[in-house]
Write a protein that binds this ligand. Sequence first.
Ligand SMILES: Cc1cc2nc3c(=O)[nH]c(=O)nc-3n(C[C@H](O)[C@H](O)[C@H](O)COP(=O)(O)O)c2cc1C
Length: 371
Amino acid sequence: MSQAFTVATSDTPVKFAYWVPNVSGGLVISKIEQRTRWDIDYNRKLAQIAEQNGFEYALSQIRFTAGYGAEYQHESVAFSHALLAATERLRVIAAVLPGPWHPAVLAKQIATIDQLTEGRIAVNIVSGWFKSEFHAIGEPWLEHDERYRRSEEFIRAIRGIWTQDNFTFLGDFYRFHDYSLKPKPLQSPHPEIFQGGSSRAARDMAARVSDWYFTNGNTVEGIKAQVDDIRDKAAQHGRTVKIGVNAFVIARDTEAEAREVLDEIIAKADPEAVKAFGHEVQQAGKASPEGEGNWAHSTFEDLVQYNDGFKTGLIGTPEQIAERIVALKSVGVDLVLTGFLHFQEEVEYFGKRVIPLVRQLEAGTLDRAVA
Ligand SMILES: Cc1cc2nc3c(=O)[nH]c(=O)nc-3n(C[C@H](O)[C@H](O)[C@H](O)COP(=O)(O)O)c2cc1C
């Protein structure tokens, strides 16, 4: 494998998260066999496998409806709590949509869950891309950048509620008057705040208010451009923001086997469902004033994995994948958010075969010619 990158720059080990399959149909819009299930029994066991195999975080998804498969969806905050109750160390990030949620409700829900789970809950504030979903539940649909303006107020509000007494906030979307939440969350200063999205508005919001920026899958160069932009902007606000990137992982003993799986996923893609998804995501980055952001340039093949996860290139042998993760780390990635075809089996394989190689590369104790 070519060595077109410098060795990892950060001393902090890269973190691993997995997508909680709390919606039906797995993470690819394909009729390929998927042994992943979306029920709680499957997910409890998966969470336990993950925490025993080097995963620090799990990310649940929020959907109220679906137009492209994912026909059944468990609610993210309640489901995240169930996973926390079934685990000991795993941190679970619950996805939340401003609009359907009010910040006072979320701040209270999360403070309680934090108290009940030894401080292991986090939130992912997502700004919405799915207009038909908002229409279905009677929720007004804001223009792209307005959605982020609302999300930013939402984040300022929950952070304020979690950290201050007599909280007062007069925004365009939310208002609080002398409000004191009791009890506050267990975590200090507060549960971590992630956000999803890649447009300019998303990056600006991350720089101003979020702890973590989650982005769709991309090349190392594509990720680097986002990291550089966010770091510059965050520095102007005297802040640092951590970066998480999505990747659909196909790790197999040989590269040929991994490529065959990818080919089969794409060959068995459900064209109608992929096109329907492609139509819905026009409301995301492409609808932003600058026309950039998530899915703005995604091809049919890219869209087969909802969050452009093939683009990140974690497809091959454990050695190839570990090298690529270290390449991502070298441009500023702090966390890799993984998705798999058969979650339980593959989370375990990844934990046993890939993460130890990443740790050796990070420590400089692996002969790089091997990888
Ligand atoms: C890692 C990640 C997780 C996301 N999870 C959800 C989710 O659970 N529900 C949802 O409606 N949108 C989710 N989104 C979508 C984003 O919030 C956002 O609407 C979308 O990426 C378009 O953003 P952009 O227009 O700023 O590029 C997620 C995005 C990312 C990158």
